[in-house]
Design a binder for this molecule. Structure first.
Ligand code: ATP
Ligand code: FE
Ligand code: MG
Length: 338
């Protein structure tokens, strides 16, 4: 089954053709990162306008690259939420157009289901597994069963991990998105230089909170600036990153013990984090639990992951119709009842 996937939930206009959820035939992504960098973050109105300009040529190119036409696909899948409403609407409207024109089924896919499915593309990873989703807008621990159904163990109560990285980046004056730059600086710093809080560590639940950590970083910076003390930016980044990773590792390890699952997938943009990768690697070596990181290009937003998730839903008979809408807020639970 060949599925055309479309993803426009934030600032990437992406289209992909994937066979049976696993084999990538072609993928084209137009990123808007430079456009938004000037504003210090994604500007929704600018993002949706750019999607409108890019979507048709991105889809056209993916067909050219794969040597296929719309008539060759079995279904059309699109991210229908959560995300920026105006951006989502561009993808959903385009997907409806392609579905209508071709008479092929339309599937509205949850963005996070896509991030999870990314681990299965061009890999031997199969559910069941535990999934740690760490992205710009989400920090969640999910149990993913054989039928690709999700049970949420916990999630963030405030900032997502990626959001916290970006906010700390902004505090130290880094251009958007600060996450990757904070990560790189952290490699050169001392993770024990500053004592930053590890929120909810002693809490038995699987919830996360990163806004207090971000405030602690801000307070430390302000204090030192006021005293005209020199700030070792690399040390701040390293100490901040260590605090985030400690919490992520602790909760993931606890979930492994409680669920008995021996496979952990790390999904979302923060899966690119070098500190997290190395902590997970150490964990894998000491416990024998398999830890999977999708290739970097499928950790951040892309359409291949949407086409992949759609396949697992399609084989169970899932289908949307032309009344499909875009949802800025959409929980996995709600989507799973569709
Ligand atoms: P969501 O998927 O929750 O809607 P999103 O799609 O914006 O959010 P992604 O594209 O999955 O998020 O990931 C982007 C986020 O990942 C940004 O916050 C970015 O700073 C962060 N990120 C990327 N690389 C790294 C890194 N090496 N270290 C820390 N954060 C990173
Ligand atoms: Fe995302
Ligand atoms: Mg993104």
């Amino acid at each position: 089954m060949i599925i055309l996937g479309i993803e426009t939930s934030c600032d990437e206009t992406s289209a992909a053709l994937v066979r049976d959820g696993r084999n990538l035939l072609a993928e084209v992504t137009a990123t808007q990162m430079e456009v938004h960098a000037a504003f210090g973050g994604v500007v929704p109105e600018v993002a949706s306008r750019r999607h409108v300009t890019d979507i048709t040529r991105v889809v056209d190119k993916v067909f050219v690259d794969a040597g296929l036409t719309l008539g060759d696909v079995d279904a059309i899948a699109v991210t229908c939420g959560p995300g920026l409403l105006g951006s989502l609407l561009v993808g959903v409207s385009a997907a409806k157009g392609y579905a209508l024109a071709s008479g092929k089924p339309l599937l509205g896919i949850h963005h996070i289901a896509g991030h999870v499915a990314a681990a299965t593309i061009e890999s031997d990873v199969r559910p069941p597994f535990l999934c740690l989703v760490v992205s710009g807008g989400h920090t969640e621990l999910l149990v993913v069963d054989e039928a690709f159904r999700f049970t949420k163990l916990g999630g963030t109560r405030d900032d997502a991990a990626g959001e916290a990285f970006d906010k700390v980046g902004r505090l130290i004056g880094l251009a958007y998105p600060g996450g990757p730059k904070v990560d790189r600086l952290a490699d050169e710093g001392n993770p024990h230089a500053y004592e930053f809080p590890r929120a909810l560590l002693d809490d038995g639940a699987y919830d996360f909170s990163f806004s207090g950590l971000k405030s602690a970083v801000n307070n430390e910076l302000t204090k030192r600036r006021n005293r005209r003390e020199e700030i070792q930016v690399a040390d701040v980044c390293a100490s901040f990153r260590a605090a985030v990773i400690d919490v992520l590792m602790d909760k993931t390890a606890r979930a492994v013990e409680e669920t008995g699952l021996r496979q952990v997938v790390v999904a979302g943009g923060v899966a690119a984090n070098r500190g997290l990768r190395s902590a997970m690697q150490t964990y894998q070596q000491s416990t024998g639990v398999r830890v999977v990181f999708p290739p970097l290009k499928w950790c951040t937003d892309n359409a291949a992951m949407i086409a992949s998730a759609a396949f697992y839903k399609a084989v169970q008979g899932f289908q949307s119709d032309l009344s499909l809408n875009a949802y800025a807020q959409l929980s996995l639970d709600t989507w799973q009842t569709w």
